[in-house]
Design a protein. Structure first.
Length: 170
């Protein structure tokens, strides 16, 4: 699945990657909360987003991310998650675009924790806007710690996925 594909093959590749990310998201949504801090989860679907960013590029990553966020909100029956996921996902995507220019494919594991931190910042900014209160920012220290740990896990997973797929293609 590595490398750019054109036409119908590209659409098929992006649809498959979106389906994988959406499935991971929906399965993870069934796992009980790991902590008492709202919003803390592994974010395993981000493995796909990070992979797509570094292998296929920013446009394809944004397409997969947008489709997963929208469909995840629809299928989970929680429309409010669309606001938080979109805000976090978009800020995270922007940071990944910058990191893609600075890092190589061998450094994906570094990009993911940084993107995860900005994902949580985006979600908190959305929550502050919805609630019209900066009080939610009290969660920031806890979410940063959780984001770094979860981001390292998803980054190492994305790195392993890329290396595995590269070996298979050879």
């Amino acid at each position: 699945m590595a490398g750019p594909v054109k036409g119908a093959g590209r659409v098929t590749q992006l649809a498959l990657l979106t389906a994988i990310a959406l499935t991971i998201f929906l399965v993870e949504a069934q796992i009980p909360a790991l902590t008492a801090v709202p919003g803390v989860k592994l974010g395993l679907a981000n493995i796909v987003t990070v992979y797509v960013m570094f292998v296929l590029g920013p446009t394809d990553a944004l397409l997969v991310l947008s489709a997963r966020v929208f469909l995840g909100a629809v299928f989970s029956g929680q429309p409010m998650t669309l606001i938080y996921s979109a805000a976090g996902g978009l800020l995270s995507w922007c940071v990944l675009c910058i990191l893609k220019r600075l890092l190589t494919q061998r450094q994906i594991w570094l990009a993911s924790p940084v993107a995860a931190v900005f994902h949580n910042i985006g979600q908190l900014l959305a929550a502050a806007a919805v609630l019209r209160s900066w009080g939610v920012m009290a969660y920031l220290p806890y979410l940063v710690i959780a984001a770094v740990m979860a981001g390292l896990f998803t980054g190492i997973s994305a790195q392993a996925l890329l290396e595995r797929l590269n070996r298979i293609q050879k």
